[in-house]
Design a protein around this ligand. Structure first.
Ligand SMILES: NC(=O)C1=CN([C@@H]2O[C@H](COP(=O)(O)OP(=O)(O)OC[C@H]3O[C@@H](n4cnc5c(N)ncnc54)[C@H](OP(=O)(O)O)[C@@H]3O)[C@@H](O)[C@H]2O)C=CC1
Ligand SMILES: O=C(O)[C@@H]1CCC=N1
Length: 268
């Protein structure tokens, strides 16, 4: 089985590296294509995959084509691919918003998987939701799932609505966590800690809280109660967040990403 990754950016390169090191692909079964000369130069130094700058040299050889370019580059890419794609090739797209129907129409093929990963894939801790057109067989979907799992966990969802929804939760989600971390680090700096000490205090707090959560069956609400003593400091902080409707604002933010994913799918 040969896999071609198109777009060697944050996500494409992450997936290419994870797949090439997995037991599913033999060395050199992975091809990667990008159009930036600097990126191609740095890719040449990685020996796990063959590097290309021309679609015609790699696309016909691929069984699975993994598309990881920005959504606004998709139309131009599809136009170049259309005359070269073969009916049995499987497309896996991680592009936010771009629908299965759009890809089927633009490429003139039927087997399309839409997936939404996230950046922790870079450290093997990603989560990728995915769904497929009906033409992708069960066996093919098992292969796809194995490839997606090389970067962490995957979640098969029943329709594309949930791909857009998971974009608002897990796809964009790491940025919400970083926003929270940045805010806490800024507060620590303001209180007089050095940036190094702020980083230790905040990262260890996140790490420890997630570990506690993962090792129990308790809800976040229950854990909040365990931290907060009656009339104590945590309650003062949580009350301040509640007074400012922070929870509602976070939900609104997740919906803004969800809505934007749907919107991206309608843009030409
Ligand atoms: N970053 C994230 O956290 C996540 C991103 N995604 C999705 O992943 C996709 C990629 O995002 P990301 O990796 O951040 O983007 P990047 O910009 O880092 O990577 C995209 C790469 O594709 C290259 N490219 C553009 N057009 C072509 C083409 N026609 N042929 C070959 N290569 C091309 C770009 O080159 P150049 O720079 O020269 O344009 C760039 O190197 C997006 O669609 C995004 O929606 C999904 C989940 C999470
Ligand atoms: O911001 C974006 O559009 C992409 C999709 C999810 C994460 N990054």
């Amino acid at each position: 089985m040969k896999v071609l990754v198109i777009g060697a950016g944050n996500m494409g390169l992450t997936y290419a590296q994870a797949m090439s090191k997995s037991k599913f692909l033999k060395k050199k079964d992975l091809m990667i294509l990008d159009n930036s000369p600097e990126k191609l130069l740095s890719l040449e130094k990685i020996e796990h995959f063959d590097v290309y700058d021309q679609l015609k040299d790699c696309l016909p050889k691929a069984d699975i084509i993994f598309i990881a370019v920005k959504p606004f580059h998709s139309a131009e890419l599809f136009a170049k691919m259309k005359s070269m794609v073969l009916p049995d090739q499987i497309i896996i797209s991680i592009m936010a918003g771009v629908t299965i129907e759009t890809m089927q129409t633009a490429l003139g093929i039927t087997k399309v998987v839409r997936a939404m990963p996230n950046l922790p894939a870079q450290v093997g801790k990603g989560v990728t939701s995915f769904t497929a057109s009906k033409e992708v067989s069960r066996l093919e979907l098992i292969t796809v799932e194995s490839l997606l799992n090389t970067t962490g966990k995957s979640l098969k969802v029943s329709s594309e609505k949930y791909i857009d929804a998971s974009t608002g939760i897990s796809g964009s989600g790491p940025a919400y966590v970083f926003y929270f971390m940045q805010s806490m680090m800024e507060a620590a700096l303001k209180m007089g800690f050095s940036s190094g000490d702020s980083k230790v205090l905040v990262t260890q707090t996140f790490d420890g809280a997630v570990e506690l959560f993962n090792q129990s069956d308790l809800s976040p609400n229950t854990w909040m109660d365990r931290v907060a003593s009656k009339g104590g400091t945590t309650r003062a902080a949580l009350d301040s967040m509640e007074d400012n409707n922070v929870k509602e604002r976070i939900k609104e933010a997740a919906y803004a990403a969800f809505d934007r994913a749907v919107e991206l799918g309608k843009e030409k």
